[in-house]
Design a protein around this ligand. Structure first.
Ligand code: GDP
Ligand code: MG
Length: 343
């Protein structure tokens, strides 16, 4: 198989958030106009802008040049600012508590505070590798699930683009048989990118499409099979059961399939909406998260409560609507980008 994991940190891919740190260094720590206005890295920076600004400006003002005594007042003001970054109450509380533990009753300076906050965020974000699992033999099967409009089909197009570009043969399964438009959307992408696609009639059984797609991938010696599913809510128990059924038919063709079940979450949806997707983890046996539409939120801190909320690694972030707008998620780079101006 050609260059299996194009998302691996080991592969030097300019599309990965953070691998293009050079423009930053080249301009002495400031992003070049080019980097901030366009490209994946620029969009990644924009996504984090509000969070970075709160950390860099508001908290810096709160602490002041000469430092600030850590007392109850300070701790509650700090908490209020952290909440503004979309990192969620739990994470903001953990940062505050750690600072209270380390510094209460004495003066803290900005660099010490940032160091402490960064360590806490790091601990929360710590996760297994973002690399995709790979089948021991035969095609690697990836199933994609999530609520309506989260960005599933677009994320599949992006994954396909990356796999095909890396020389892999991809078969897609248009498992969203609910909406005719979804099948058309995926067919257009597949044609454009030279991937094979298996479709079913509108309203037909998605498990049957999934079965045929995995079978086609196996018999044609494809490297990867990606199966789309219709959007659903975790409260729709019949539809959640359907996901288990789709999984089971895949297993009939390849015993350890699906190798990945990616839950696509809309970063702009707000934390409550995202929390509502928790049921997917159990019903669909999710193995990782794709955080779509990160370019649509200036409060990129949203990845923090997601790590708190789901016991799943964030594998990719979506940074736009074009097929190249997908980056492998890297905890170190994410945390560094959040705090880079605060040190
Ligand atoms: N800006 C932006 N838009 C996205 C991203 N991912 C998906 N979208 C848009 O979100 C909408 C819903 O996406 P779609 O893939 O059809 O969602 P699905 O219902 O989960 O399959 C479409 O208009 C996409 O173009 C992203 O990373 N950034
Ligand atoms: Mg779709």
């Amino acid at each position: 198989m050609a260059n299996w994991n194009p998302f691996s940190k080991k592969s030097d891919d300019a599309g990965d958030a953070g691998t293009s740190h050079q423009p930053d260094e080249a301009t002495g720590g400031e992003p070049s106009p080019q980097a901030s206005s366009g490209g994946i890295f620029g969009r990644f920076r924009t996504a984090l802008k509000k969070t970075v600004n709160v950390l860099n400006t508001d908290i810096r003002d709160l602490v002041g040049k000469d430092g600030r005594l850590v007392d109850d007042d300070f701790l509650s003001e700090l908490f209020a600012l952290l909440i503004k970054t979309d990192m969620g109450g739990k994470s903001a509380g953990e940062i505050r508590d750690r600072i209270a533990k380390d510094f209460r009753g004495r003066k803290v300076h900005m660099d010490e505070l940032v160091e402490s906050a960064k360590e806490t965020v790091h601990e929360i974000m710590q996760q297994d590798s973002a690399d995709l699992a790979q089948a021991a033999e035969g095609p690697t099967v990836i199933m994609v699930v999530g609520v309506n409009g989260a960005g599933k089909t677009t994320s599949i197009a992006k994954l396909t683009h990356r796999f095909v570009t890396a020389g892999n043969k991809v078969v897609l399964g248009a498992g969203d048989t609910f909406r005719a438009a979804a099948v058309e959307q995926l067919t257009v992408w597949a044609d454009r990118m030279g991937a094979e696609i298996v479709t079913g009639r509108q309203g037909s059984d998605p498990a049957s499409v999934a079965y045929k797609a995995v079978e086609a991938a196996k018999s044609s010696g494809a490297d990867i099979c990606i199966v789309d599913t219709a959007g659903r809510l975790q409260t729709q128990s019949n539809l959640m059961q359907e996901l288990s059924r789709i999984r089971r038919v895949m297993e009939k063709v390849i015993p350890d399939a699906p190798h990945e079940v990616l839950l696509v979450l809309d970063a702009t949806a707000g934390q409550n909406a995202i929390s509502q997707a928790r049921g997917f983890s159990d019903a669909a046996g999710c193995t990782g998260i794709v955080l779509a539409k990160m370019d649509g939120t200036a409060k990129g801190g949203v990845a923090i409560p997601i790590r708190d909320e789901f016991d799943l690694p964030v594998k990719f972030i979506g940074l736009g609507e074009t097929p190249d707008a997908l980056a492998a998620f890297d905890v170190e780079r994410y945390v560094d980008a959040l705090f880079e101006h605060g040190l």
